[in-house]
Write a protein that binds this ligand. Structure first.
Ligand SMILES: Nc1ncnc2c1ncn2[C@@H]1O[C@H](COP(=O)(O)OP(=O)(O)OP(=O)(O)O)[C@@H](O)[C@H]1O
Length: 362
């Protein structure tokens, strides 16, 4: 049975009065692969540093296995970090790099040997003990860095953009390798990236961050299929977004028409944003289309055509289709009720309520 291993309770982090984390609360379960995803500067590394114990929260509490650890020093936490640049010692061989922390702790020589060999085996580097770091490839260095973290038998492994220095092919290979490693070891991984495809491919759970807030957390499927707002929808994958208004529980109005949708739990007359993924739109004869649009540009993307069109109201729509159409052609666009994703406006609660009121007055 998995349990909560880390809990953030209204954690705020400020540097010189700049708020970089705004009352962040979340739970991390033992044994899962988590990803913190978000643009540069949104606070991903700040969260890792708080978990690792390299910095303390300005307010709020951090719990590890139910115990408050706000001020517990890094070396007393069962957490290890793999840094973006790996921070290996280039003048030492693989064995000495991995053994470094254990030697500092003054463990007996034999025990160090067993632990280092175990750690190297986990990352498939047995036999590389004597190699110099300068003689290893990027992917191998990455694995040494992971072995050096694993040798301490952490409960949680923090990985701060560890793949960003690798070329695309190696990066993809390391994604599955890391994923396999996490499953094999069963320890909690918290992985930081700004690459949405990487996050979708690797994670059990993703936290999408924006400007010091967690915008949404959930499985890759939840986040891709049901983004909570425009920021998440745009950050994860491609999307068509237009303004709309809820008319009934399962009826939404946009581009001047009413469409059946799945019950979104939104209030009646609530202004909303509508998101439809380009792959959920299909091109049909005009009389069968839910929308009618004119094809503007077509790009061939290998597996599909990316078709940019504009509807009668002037809204732009992107359709992914295996069928080619003609630029300038009028087409019908079809989608199912479940392809319509109803989202809240990405505005403050206050602005949202003000807009709702103004709408009611109309
Ligand atoms: N020691 C510090 N002093 C002052 N400001 C800091 C400090 N560390 C981070 N910040 C600021 O906090 C914000 C969040 O930084 P953080 O490193 O957590 O972002 P990130 O999401 O990891 O970004 P990136 O993807 O670029 O690494 C940034 O605006 C950054 O400039």
């Amino acid at each position: 049975m998995s349990h909560t291993i880390i809990r953030f309770d209204n954690v705020v982090k400020e540097y010189d009065e700049t708020v970089v984390l705004k009352e962040v609360s979340f739970e991390i379960e033992q044994g899962k692969f988590y990803t913190l995803l978000g643009p540069s500067g949104c606070g991903k590394t700040t969260i890792l540093r708080l978990i690792a114990g390299f910095s303390e929260p300005t307010s709020g509490d951090i719990y590890f296995d139910g115990k408050k650890i706000n001020t517990v020093p890094a070396n007393k936490r069962k957490v290890n970090t793999v840094f973006q640049d790996y921070a290996l010692f280039p003048h030492m061989n693989v064995f000495d790099n991995v053994a470094f922390g254990l030697k500092i702790k003054k463990l007996p020589k034999q025990e160090i040997e067993v632990k280092v060999k175990d750690a190297l085996r986990m990352v498939q580097l047995s036999g590389f003990e004597e190699r110099q770091i300068s003689e290893m490839s990027g992917g191998q260095r990455q694995r040494v860095a992971i072995a050096r973290a694993l040798v301490n038998e952490p409960d949680i492994l923090l990985l701060d953009e560890p793949l960003s220095a690798l070329d695309l092919k190696l990066r993809t290979a390391m994604q599955s390798e890391l994923r396999d490693l996490q499953k094999r070891l069963g320890i909690t991984f918290i992985f930081v990236t700004h690459d949405q495809e990487e996050a979708l491919a690797m994670s059990d759970e993703i936290f999408v961050l924006n400007e010091g807030n967690i915008e949404q957390s959930g499985t890759p499927g939840d986040i891709y299929d049901e983004p909570i707002n425009r920021f998440v929808a745009n950050f994860i994958g491609e999307s068509n977004i237009v303004d709309g208004v809820m008319r009934e529980d399962n009826l939404v109005e946009f581009v001047g028409k009413s469409f059946e949708c799945v019950d979104s739990g939104m209030r009646k007359n609530e202004p909303v944003e509508i998101m439809i993924r380009p792959e959920d739109l299909s091109i049909v004869p005009i009389e069968k289309g839910k929308l009618v649009a004119t094809v503007d540009t077509i790009l061939f993307r290998g597996v599909h055509y990316e078709i940019f069109c504009v509807d009668k109201e002037g809204n732009a729509w992107t359709v992914h289709s295996t069928k080619r159409s003609q630029e300038g052609q009028e087409i019908g666009i079809y989608f199912e009720p479940e392809d319509i994703h109803v989202m809240r406006f990405g505005e403050s609660e206050e602005d949202f309520d003000a807009r709702l009121e103004s709408y009611d007055e109309d």
